[in-house]
Design a protein around this ligand. Structure first.
Ligand SMILES: Cc1cc2nc3c(=O)[nH]c(=O)nc-3n(C[C@H](O)[C@H](O)[C@H](O)COP(=O)(O)O)c2cc1C
Length: 204
């Protein structure tokens, strides 16, 4: 099956077969696809927690409307937005310059431009901006999972502040969405619903 066929095969899996694992090699490929997603200014303003520990996931389920994907999946990826935009710029420049003062100096223009752009945003806008990128990365991970015939479910049905507490997230990291990964317990009962193309696309 081609990549495009696999996108049709994938579905938002409601319950996974908890006895079937996702092999480490596939998890690594999915994480790599997430890493390859484009981000605004290349800042990668997200962080993903890969939650395998069942006890943690049982606690998370209590704040995820009891959804079965949380503790039947093999892994629950928690996509988080980073709100430490200025520090992220510093960190990127440190990495790119390899700590070399002259290389860092050459990046001063870029640093000022990036920080200026971040400083113009309100804290809410920074969160929203980082969240959009976390979702894009989630999409890459979900597409990669389909290519590997790993089932998945994107989810935002959970109480974010409670999940942040359970995961003990630092204040600049906010959970935004889950991507549950595993093996479907059964095929979906209903065909996919999609609006007609004319409702979704406009060709000009
Ligand atoms: C942002 C987002 C949040 C979602 N949250 C949930 C969720 O909490 N629980 C769930 O079962 N499905 C969730 N879904 C899955 C959608 O219901 C599903 O993608 C949609 O019905 C289309 O079905 P398909 O993905 O199988 O094509 C979510 C999807 C997205 C993109």
């Amino acid at each position: 099956m081609s990549f495009l066929d696999n996108l049709e095969w994938r579905n938002a899996t409601k319950e996974f077969d908890a006895s079937k694992p996702v092999v480490q090699e596939d998890l690594d490929k999915i994480l790599n696809a997430i890493k390859m997603a484009p981000t605004s200014f290349g800042l990668q303003s997200w962080h993903v927690y890969v939650v395998e520990d069942l006890e943690t996931r049982k606690k998370m389920k209590e704040h995820s409307f009891g959804q079965a994907q949380v503790d039947t999946s093999a892994y629950l990826l928690v996509f988080c937005a980073r709100t430490d935009a200025i520090e992220r710029v510093d960190s990127m420049i440190d990495h790119l310059s390899g700590g070399d003062a002259a290389a860092k100096e050459k990046m001063k223009g870029m640093e000022d431009m990036l920080k200026g752009s971040m400083q113009k945003k309100s804290p809410e806008d920074v969160l929203c901006w980082a969240t959009r990128q976390a979702y894009l990365a989630l999409g890459f991970g979900m597409a990669a999972a389909a290519e590997l015939k790993v089932d998945s479910c994107p989810m935002e049905g959970f109480v974010n502040p409670e999940i942040d507490k359970i995961l003990n997230l630092p204040p600049h990291i906010k959970s935004t969405a889950y991507l549950a990964l595993g093996n479907r317990l059964k095929d979906p009962e209903k065909p996919k619903f999609r609006f007609p193309d004319k409702d979704l696309f406009t060709h000009l």
